[in-house]
Design a protein around this ligand. Structure first.
Ligand code: AMP
Ligand code: MG
Length: 435
């Protein structure tokens, strides 16, 4: 199958202005986090195209087809235990049965069983004709070719796996848009599928901006900081299964920035930058984005991560989705999780794009003004009552990356929420395997 390179992930009909106009109360100077998500959902659509890959390469890809089960799993009624198979019709009467054969996994027993007889059977062996119940060997006393079974502990149908109890032939096994994790890959293998159709990988170019940003290996100089954003962005994109293109650090220089955007838009479907979008900067990044594409600048009612640019950069007949994230390292990670991740997942054709929120009791007062969404770095654990509780990781400054390292989740204090008191339940977005 050819791996068609999709040219756009945009809804072709709408400009950003048009999308904004359709949103109730759209105010680019004070957008709620929910409004941002709605906007982004309107802006992109799943990329087209599919490719067949061997199942072993399908991990973390997104399924491009509805998979219908070509066979039943398991294919036959079979035993869930090592023991003795018999006809459960006569239960619960106590039984003393004669053993007339042995059924092994992969080697069926084809004889006829009369009343009062049983067949020794191993886990996974096909149930012999007429038999529907298995007694585990621990509950059977063997004496020569006879077994005494603890009938009072058994019910008809015990320890028998029914044909098709996992999947029936012809039944929907997995829907298109499923992210293929280890369980889904195993399920596809159980159906005998050696290849699956998956969505193309999303190609994402990213670079950092700022005259003060040092790449690793450069000698420290006064006022300069090492570039951490490229590493957090690289990690989060890689965990999502994206193909990444690291374009380094770009100085705050219009010519260099223009060249970087043009190169990125020519090679990737998404461009992520950090820095240079706040107010009162040497604003070349903004100017360049505007020149090359259709870009909206937002001030989002959130903390951390207030300024953000979103849009598209055109390059020939292609255009790339662009996210201009703030420069502060924690703000980069928070805006990525809150906005970039669900948008990219939608472009990847994934079905579900929200991270589940857990409820945990706050162990401290979390000061909060209604009217913006706040994300605090939290450590979730269990209290003596077995409830989830959460504590914040000290300094919540938007540059304090160690707070992200210590945390196992983000406490989400929603737009309308006020200060949370000790013992209040708060929502937490667990990092799980994403960070
Ligand atoms: P800016 O949004 O460009 O004004 O940057 C905001 C803050 O984030 C400044 O303190 C920058 O030095 C810092 N910053 C910007 N980009 C990076 C980066 N790639 N790595 C670490 N810190 C950064
Ligand atoms: Mg900067």
């Amino acid at each position: 199958m050819p791996n068609a390179m999709p040219t756009t992930g945009f809804k072709p009909q709408a400009t950003l202005t048009q999308i904004g106009e359709q949103l109730a109360g759209y105010d680019p100077q004070a957008l709620s986090a929910d409004a941002v998500l709605t906007f982004l959902e309107q802006m992109v659509m799943p990329l087209e195209g599919a490719q067949a890959v061997p199942l072993i390469e399908a991990l973390d890809r997104v399924l491009a087809e509805n998979v219908i089960s070509p066979l039943s799993v398991p294919p036959h009624d079979n035993s869930a235990m090592d023991g003795y198979a018999f006809n459960g019709e006569s239960l619960p009467a106590a039984q003393n049965l004669q053993v007339v054969g042995t059924a092994l996994a992969g080697k069926a027993w084809h004889g006829q069983v009369q009343s009062g007889q049983c067949v020794k059977i191993m886990t996974g062996a096909i149930m012999p004709a007429g038999l529907d119940t298995v007694v585990a060997q621990e509950l059977a006393q063997v004496d020569g070719d006879r077994v005494q079974i603890a009938a009072s502990l058994l019910q008809r149908g015990d320890n028998r796996r029914l044909s098709g109890e996992d999947l029936m032939a012809g039944q929907a096994a997995l829907p298109a848009g499923t992210r293929l994790g280890p369980a889904a890959c195993g399920l596809l293998a159980s159906l005998g599928l050696a290849h699956v159709q998956v969505r193309p990988r999303l190609k994402v170019a990213y670079f950092s901006t700022g005259n003060e940003i040092l790449s690793l290996g450069e000698t420290p100089r006064e006022g300069a900081v090492y570039d951490s954003n490229r590493y957090t962005v690289h990690g989060m994109l890689t965990r999502m299964g994206c193909e990444v293109l690291d374009m380094g650090v770009v100085r705050d220089d219009p010519t260099l920035l223009e060249a970087a955007f043009v190169k990125a838009a020519g090679q990737a479907q998404v461009i992520i930058t950090s820095g240079g979008v706040s107010v009162g900067e040497a604003d070349y990044t903004k100017a360049m984005m505007k020149k090359l594409g259709d870009v909206a600048f937002w001030r989002i009612a959130m903390r951390p991560g207030r300024p953000m640019a979103v849009g598209r950069i055109a390059q020939g007949d292609r255009s790339a989705v662009m996210f201009g994230l703030p420069g502060n390292p924690v703000a980069v990670m928070v805006t990525f999780l809150a906005f970039v991740r669900p948008t990219l997942q939608r472009m990847m054709g994934m079905q579900s794009t929200t991270l589940p929120l857990l409820k945990a009791r706050s162990q401290e007062v979390l000061r909060k003004k209604p009217g913006r969404t706040e994300y605090q770095r939290g450590i979730v654990s269990r209290n003596a009552q077995g409830e989830l509780q959460v504590i914040i990781t000290g300094n919540q400054g938007s540059g304090v990356l160690s707070s992200m390292v210590q945390a196992n989740g983000l406490i989400v204090l929603h737009h309308d929420q006020a200060t949370a008191q000790v013992g209040d339940w708060v929502d937490v977005m667990m990092f799980d395997g994403h960070l």
